[in-house]
Write a protein that binds this ligand. Sequence first.
Ligand SMILES: C[C@H](O)CC(=O)C(=O)O
Length: 277
Amino acid sequence: MPNVPDHVPTDSLPGAVVKAADALAGAARAGIACAPVRTLLDDGDIEAAYAVQRLNLRREQATGRRIAGRKIGLTSPAVQRQLGVDQPDFGALFADTAVPEGGEVPAGRLLQPKVEAEVALVLGSDLPHRHCTVVDLLRATDFALPALEIVDSRVRDWDISIVDTVADNASCGLYVLGASPVPLSGLNLRSVQMTMTRNGEMASHGTGADCLGGPLNAAVWLASALAERGDPLRAGDLVLTGALGPMVPAAPGDVFHARISNLGSVGVGFAAEGDHR
Ligand SMILES: C[C@H](O)CC(=O)C(=O)O
């Protein structure tokens, strides 16, 4: 039995949900990816997968970790093709998973990292409406930033279905924010162009429109989905709106830089193997 905090009650949850949550939490703790959890849950049961996600988030919060915002995943056709899924999902971003702009990801911190570039939004007001509109979102957003999300999977070889990735907190790993916040006024996020290099070579590109037709559409979808579940976005939340282009696997020693037009640039490195600072 994996060693997971036992002070979050699980009595009211189906056994399969607890078993899947234990498998993913155990994999994260041991640093050894597990078998897909879709075999434990009913085929395509996305709500059960969100129940798994919520249980493990509650367990982490019970250890003192703080949720700083949300990520949207699987927004771009390129990423959907890479993973064989056809709908967006969401997960939670912990405050302690932020990497400073230009910083380095320590060796061994993640199991199977991949990097993607996206638009981040920071909210100045709550978004409590089940039918959030673009206007609600525009009024609630303080500023945008370029971001790198370093996704990771606790499932062996990224052998994931939508159920696996939702259960696994939408494959969250770490994230990096650019240094200069940009107000939304005058900014057309649909038409921004993203290019990302790995070790100086072009590795991924896309446009704002590649993210569910525009990062604001993705954020509206998220705000409505969370309000519907009674856990709305709040003032101060960070939202990673989803990849603008394909994810790129990261190896020790790699350096990534992304530029998003009108937003700026953001970069991160991966420590060389054996460099466990
Ligand atoms: C598997 C991840 O959710 C991919 C992601 O973060 C994205 O598409 O964005």
